[in-house]
Design a protein around this ligand. Sequence first.
Ligand code: PNS
Length: 160
Amino acid sequence: MDDRLAIYPGSFDPFTYGHLDIVERASRIFTRVQVTVAVNTSKDVLLSSEERCQLIAECTGHFANVEVTSFEGLLVDYARSCGASVLVRGLRQVSDFDFEFRMAFANRRLSPDLETVFLMTSEEHALISASIVREIHDWNGDVSSFVPPPVLKALKAKHA
Ligand code: PNS
């Protein structure tokens, strides 16, 4: 295992300022951070996994120790294949904790050496969620305060 490699997994559909905030915090703590996009086989997605990876790479290009990958299947299997020792998850509010708590325990049971580390977003991003962004976008609303410019451009193109 690589003690210095942390994986930050998620759907990132789309990648928001809240996600970016967590990437920045993780990049300051860990030597290497992999933002890894869960490939969702369901058709009900706003952006394809390739689009999501490309956009995250554009939004995080200024962090020298951050790379972007994707995975399919169980997260613990992917983490093992990379030799990662840490999973990073962002917490916005107490209501996130229920799901996160269960996921962290399931992952720990499957892979006891893989440690889940929770990082708190800054207050200004605590109310952003990808699902809210998707809903506003569905109704052609302005999501410019929720997502970084490359994501905004890609979302606008979906309505063009
Ligand atoms: O951004 P999200 O949707 O909250 O991310 C959830 C994600 C993709 C990290 C989680 O659903 C996941 O790890 N999926 C892969 C399948 C898996 O390993 N499930 C077991 C964990 S309970």
